[in-house]
Design a protein around this ligand. Structure first.
Ligand SMILES: C[S@@+](CC[C@H](N)C(=O)[O-])C[C@H]1O[C@@H](n2cnc3c(N)ncnc32)[C@H](O)[C@@H]1O
Length: 241
């Protein structure tokens, strides 16, 4: 696994964060050292898929990056009788995902699509994963995207939505931000790297509050909505049609 040193060089100008070749080449290290609980969430996506994905249906991994969730779903599958559709609009990520998945055994078929998830028609879905992807979609497009997902889901279908959230209270926001920075420092990132990455993400990753997410999911039509994981300002929700 290549180590993420992308923001270690103080000389380089900080530009907006993009999922390009440089990010793709260090992504597993970057996300594991930046998102508390990422490994647990990936494992649980596999566990959930094994329970919820129906024969003959589709299971979507939207914003699949290098395919970690796709691989968890494929590895945990009891049968090969469903299709995994993994979508990302970063060519570098999709190239990496193709290599990563080719390396790692058998299971249900995987269709890898290089496209914007806002342009994908969801069909026959018994499970959809948005694992830290929605936060990168422009805020105005989030409701239409979720509506399309809801419409394309089978009854009882499951949406897994993981996001970095904003806290409504300023003091709690500050506390959770400090805890998150502590998590990153403990994993070897310097103050400089943390603050440079934060600037790069500022206009790109737009977090919303938990109530904003749950209200929107209700409005779209989902009935059961529960937080099943939270560590600091990182949450993962289940929403059932
Ligand atoms: C934080 S990563 C997701 C991590 C991944 N789901 C995992 O579990 O490892 C966000 C991904 O979403 C992709 N992405 C962001 N906006 C997108 C869009 N509108 N359409 C397709 N992919 C998008 C990025 O290219 C990136 O690979």
């Amino acid at each position: 696994m290549n180590q993420d040193r992308l923001y270690a060089d103080a000389q380089e100008i900080v530009t907006d964060f993009v999922f390009d070749e440089r990010v793709a080449s260090v992504f597993p290290d970057m996300i594991n050292r930046s998102v508390p609980g990422y490994g647990t969430i990936i494992n649980m996506i596999g566990t959930l898929a094994a329970q919820r994905v129906k024969p003959g249906s589709c299971c979507y991994d939207l914003g699949c990056s290098l395919g970690a969730a796709t691989l968890a779903i494929r590895s945990a599958a009891k049968d090969d009788d469903f299709l995994i559709v993994a979508v990302d609009n970063s060519p570098a990520m999709l190239t990496g995902a193709r290599e990563y998945l080719a390396d790692k055994g058998q299971g249900p078929p995987v269709e890898l699509i290089c496209a914007d998830i806002r342009d994908i028609r969801i069909r026959q879905a018994s499970m959809v994963t948005l694992n830290f992807t929605l936060q990168f979609v422009p805020a105005a497009d989030r409701s239409p995207l979720l509506q399309g997902i809801y419409e394309g889901m089978l009854p009882d279908g499951l949406l897994l939505l993981s996001e970095k959230i904003a806290l409504p209270d300023e003091l709690t926001q500050q506390l959770f931000t400090e805890m998150h920075h502590g998590f990153k420092k403990a994993r070897g990132y310097s103050e400089l790297e943390i603050s440079r990455k934060r600037s790069a993400l500022e206009d790109v990753l737009i977090p919303e509050t938990l109530s904003c997410h749950t209200q929107r999911l209700h409005k779209v039509g989902f009935t059961t909505i529960e937080v099943w994981f939270q560590c600091f300002n990182f949450v993962s929700l289940l929403a059932i049609k």
